[in-house]
Design a protein around this ligand. Sequence first.
Ligand code: 4NP
Length: 164
Amino acid sequence: MNQHKSHRILFVCLGNICRSPAAEAVFKAKAKLQGIDVFVDSAGTSAWHQGEKADSRMRQAAAARGYQITSFSRPFNRNDFQNFDLIVAMDDLNFDDLKEKALTSEEDQKIVRMRDFLRHHRSDHIPDPYYGGADGFNLVIDLLEDASEGLLKVITSPARDSVQ
Ligand code: 4NP
């Protein structure tokens, strides 16, 4: 796989069982459709669900749209700053937690928010669906589809020298 420098992307949420595993699956599928080589993974700022499959409600909502979520939860670790070019937070809590872990400005600059790539929807974060109903999981997929397309546009733009 062509692991071009700016195509190694890590999606991060709190538990790594709902939003970021879905982001990983949606983004990977959209990149494949566009013929763009990407290296993607996801992680949680917590280790609460380490080793678990993604939440069955999230897997179901994703499967209904044609996305297979196969990942197992793992916590973010400092090696991720080396192994990824972009670290994409689902909400402000995730963003702030990641920023606290960054030790250099290079690491700090890799951290961005998924909502910044939305092109059609308006939302200041990807809302945590864990304690809500089915609508929340479907909204997560809507937002992730939109932002994944926006993110793909940004990383493939020849003019880009920074995504921020
Ligand atoms: P996620 O959702 O961060 O999108 O994976 C959550 C999963 C679990 C919990 C909270 C949010 N929890 O409190 O266990």
